[in-house]
Design a protein around this ligand. Structure first.
Ligand SMILES: Cc1ncc(COP(=O)(O)O)c(C=O)c1O
Length: 385
């Protein structure tokens, strides 16, 4: 996390709630990925943080993108991405995504057997495998479990691959992504072993895409070793990876100001950010480190409560703090992934500003104004479709 003075300067200059990113942390995370995975091709899962400043920085470093929505595809096209730079993924792609992905010549991930008939003729494709594994993460973050909606069942992969080849698609290889915030390399090892078990029925492949899902302190070397073994089983020339969280989580911090304090059955510090700015604690019980940006003796444990009229609107529990004064700033760490992108306009709240530190502060998304939030409603009065 950036030093206190720098964070306070940003809060002063751009206001709160504010997301700040340290560009050097993104570079460092990418360097760690490359050190562990060697010549594997890196496709950043844009869903983690699709701010153009982040995308541009990663693209300049030679990273491609994985897009899972029409909006993300539109962002990739806006940046001028094409061909091998983009993977189109998602369990329920719409005609709009097939058209947009086809236009830029992206590689499509076939997520179910019938999709072989939906992707544009001649498209490059990967077939996503559901390895039917329960992994060590929150239920909402598991994507390769027997009950997950993602991927093709192990016993239907060979038939899906054959159908793709029969339709004349350019079948590049297989894809697997078992979930998010997974720290234990053994979960990946188990998934990649199941994948490798398909080698005898599927035959040689060009590409093996092992997805992302690595927690910020995951054992990258162990995951890479397991991925290389699976790659060898298929004789695949290329290994692809799709990290989202790992590349951006630690670069980001949410800055929020103290609005007041309150004591009921618990001791609260009330702040100007909550579930509408950072949903992860409410959505999947995620925990984020919290640092007060003021000095003082420890005054006990506080729950960080946001401004929403929702009891679950808590950013953190039992945070040790010095006595909070109105206007003091708190830094909520590891908020660079699935933070700003999940912010919402619930309660007609304006989404927060975002700033990037790269030797100096740069505003990379201005704070929304109330009229940004209701503009589409006023537009509806003059537009018919
Ligand atoms: C297919 C796919 N690839 C990559 C990712 C990135 O995951 P993470 O941010 O945990 O690395 C996701 C996220 O869920 C995904 O669905």
């Amino acid at each position: 996390m950036l030093p206190d003075e720098q964070l306070l300067e940003a809060a002063e200059r751009f206001g709160t709630p504010l997301y700040v990113y340290d560009a050097r942390e993104i570079d460092a995370a990418l360097a760690r990925v490359r050190a562990a995975f060697g010549d594997a091709r890196v496709f950043y899962a844009m869903k983690a943080n699709s701010n153009f400043a982040v995308l541009r920085r990663l693209r300049a470093a030679g990273v491609g993108f994985e897009a899972v929505s029409p909006g993300e595809l539109a962002r990739a096209r806006f940046l001028g991405c094409s061909g091998d730079e983009v993977i189109v993924n998602g369990p329920a792609k719409t005609p709009q995504e097939y058209a947009l992905g086809g236009e830029i010549g992206a590689t499509f991930v076939v997520d179910r057997e019938e999709e072989v008939e939906r992707v544009p003729a001649g498209a490059r494709v990967l077939v996503r495998v559901n390895p039917a594994l329960d992994v060590s993460t929150h239920d909402h973050l598991a994507t390769g479990a027997p009950v997950s909606k993602f991927g093709v069942r192990l016993d239907r992969v060979a038939a899906t691959v054959a159908a793709a080849r029969a339709r004349g698609l350019h079948l590049r290889g297989l894809h697997v992504h078992i979930g998010s915030a997974i720290r234990d390399a053994s979960d990946f090892l188990a998934a990649f072993e199941r994948l490798a078990g398909l080698a005898s029925t599927v035959g040689e492949l060009e590409v093996l895409d092992v997805g992302g899902g690595w927690g910020v302190d995951a054992d990258l070397a162990g995951i890479a070793r397991a991925a290389r073994e699976a790659q060898a089983a298929f004789g695949a020339r290329e290994l692809w990876v799709e990290p989202g969280r790992y590349l951006v989580a630690t670069s980001g911090t949410l800055l929020t100001r103290v609005v007041g304090t309150k004591e009921t059955g618990r001791r609260f510090v009330l702040v100007d950010a909550g579930m509408t700015e950072l949903l992860r604690p409410m959505l999947y019980g995620a925990t984020h480190p919290v640092r007060p940006l003021w000095a003082g003796a420890d005054a006990g444990l506080f729950d960080l409560a946001g401004p929403a009229c929702e009891s679950g609107d808590l950013l953190a529990r039992d945070v040790p703090l010095p006595e909070p004064a109105v206007g003091a700033v708190l830094a909520v760490g590891q908020a660079g992934a699935y933070g700003a992108v999940m912010s919402s306009t619930y309660l007609s709240r304006s989404r927060p500003a975002e700033a990037l530190w790269d030797g100096e502060w740069r505003l990379v998304r201005r704070r929304e104004r109330p009229e940004d939030v209701w503009r589409a409603e006023l537009d509806a009065e003059t537009v018919t479709a």
